[in-house]
Design a binder for this molecule. Structure first.
Ligand SMILES: [Zn+2]
Length: 479
């Protein structure tokens, strides 16, 4: 039987505020355990939470950027469950009245545009962190660090509109890029500031009713999300093919084994006994507040992409790659400012620069070659001081040492040979040394032209001006 895959994603993103959502404790990562705590985030009896306005501002930014409808009236709710990292015995979240609903994100899969619906965005507090020591049996202990308790999160829930693991990856990349452009979240999946859970089910093609879903957790990279979904599609297909039924449950992705494992039966919302948080007043947001946030929104990836195509006349594909991150887009624009030939800049950024960064697993933010250095290299090619080939060598040297491209060219004597007389001598000696090839060439083996060019380049260690070499060779070979 043919099945249709239905995927919905839940993303938890940590907001970049200085203090926690309901108290003034610091959110800085990596402090000594339990030093960023107070009676409020420790869940002491009798304390009262106070909402951090900045959390609302940042959430509104996201809501507007992904086309959500903002609720003028929303409220917080208690989600009750027991776990040792949750001191109050409940998490303050939003339930029946979230801050924003009914949005969408536009993605491209295989070159085709797709609209993925956003069900809702709500604000909530993070729980603490358990640390388990490696001891065995009676000596083993667990510790709890409550620094993370009360750190602000937003949960962004998608509609079940995603159909393939690739689309899921595309959606996540787009969403993360938007959050980074907005500077509301650093998007670091390994450190857990951008986490994704996936709901996945299968149904026979043509059937309206959704199949039973599994919820997948513990995927800490885009690649792992895709791998886990691919595994789950195979697992559920084989269950359904046998005529059995999928169990609704939460499954953990095991990266090392490449499989998902049953963790627990999936809770339903009613298991959490949600009820309105009595210690916080409802959140009222007026139009003025929304307008203020709207005005503060930066240019978003899709807008930037369109502008790159229009203003710089780079191909759509280039614009797409160049705007994948704000840092890369900024880098490109800084270069174009200094060397106003956008297509040439784009070729070098997408070629040499990204290839090397990818190979070294580095980020553009580390800027091993500054926009100024790249512009200098391109200017030297344009002025005929170095050839394109030598330029790559210079780029490599700058990339590794951070040295100034002009100094590298001077010091290493890489200036292009453009002296006609000098080149003529070299061409003549090459033709004499390769008399046999010259004969073959004249008999019609025209491919040998490239060989002669190569020999001249070799003699000059790549420094000969290729255009001049071509001209002189043509002349000497009587063309
Ligand atoms: Zn606190």
């Amino acid at each position: 039987m043919e099945f249709e895959v239905i995927i919905g994603l839940e993303v938890h993103a940590q907001l970049l505020t200085k203090s926690k959502i309901f108290c003034s404790c610091s959110t800085v990562f990596g402090a000594e355990p339990n030093t960023h705590t107070c009676p409020i985030c420790l869940g002491m009896p009798g304390v009262l939470p106070v909402l951090n306005k900045k959390v609302v501002d940042l959430t509104l930014k996201v809501a507007l950027a992904i086309n959500c409808r903002i609720a003028h009236y929303s409220r917080f709710a208690r989600k009750n469950y027991f776990y040792p990292d949750l001191p109050k015995g409940y998490q303050i979240s939003q339930y029946e009245l979230p801050l924003a609903e009914h949005g969408h994100i536009d993605i491209l899969t295989n070159g085709k545009p797709r609209k993925i619906g956003i069900t809702r965005i709500h604000m909530e507090e993070d729980a603490g962190k358990l640390l388990h020591d490696e001891g065995m049996g009676a000596t083993s202990s667990s510790y709890v660090d409550l620094n993370r308790t009360g750190v602000p999160l937003i949960e962004i829930v998608s509609e079940p509109d995603i159909r393939t693991p690739e689309e899921a990856g595309e959606y996540l990349k787009n969403l993360r890029s938007i959050l980074q452009y907005l500077e509301v979240c650093d998007g670091n999946m390994e450190e857990g500031s951008f986490r994704c859970d996936a709901n996945i089910s299968l149904r026979p093609v043509g059937q309206q009713k959704l199949g039973t879903r599994a919820e997948l957790k513990n995927m800490n990279s885009f690649k792992n999300v895709q791998r886990a979904l691919e595994y789950e599609i195979k697992r559920q297909t084989s269950i359904l093919d046998e005529g059995a039924s999928v169990i609704q449950e939460t499954r953990l992705w095991d990266e090392a084994k490449g499989i998902t494992l049953s963790m627990r039966g999936k809770e339903e919302a009613h298991d959490y006994r949600y009820f309105p948080e009595p210690d916080l007043v409802p959140l009222i947001i007026d139009d003025e507040w929304i307008e203020g946030i709207k005005e503060s929104l930066p240019e978003l990836p899709n807008e930037k992409k369109d502008r790159f195509v229009k203003d710089y006349q780079v191909p759509e594909y280039d614009a797409e790659v160049l705007t994948t991150s704000k840092s890369l887009a900024d880098y490109f624009e800084e270069c174009v400012e200094l060397f106003p030939n956008p297509k040439v800049v784009s070729n070098w950024v997408m070629g040499e620069l990204l290839r090397r960064l990818k190979g070294d697993d580095k980020e553009i933010d580390e800027r091993p070659v500054s926009p100024g250095s790249l512009a200098k290299i391109l200017k030297m090619i344009e002025d005929g001081i170095i050839s394109g080939k030598i330029a790559k060598t210079v780029f490599g040297e700058t990339y590794l040492t951070g040295g100034d491209p002009e100094e590298i060219v001077q010091k290493k004597g890489l200036v292009q040979v453009t002296d006609q007389g000098e080149l003529l001598k070299i061409v003549e000696s090459v033709l004499i040394k390769n008399a046999k090839e010259v004969e073959d060439y004249k008999k019609g083996k025209s491919k040998l032209f490239g060989f002669f060019v190569g020999q001249v380049m070799k003699e000059t260690k790549g420094k000969a001006n290729p255009k001049l070499v071509n001209e002189i060779l043509k002349m000497k070979l009587n063309l």
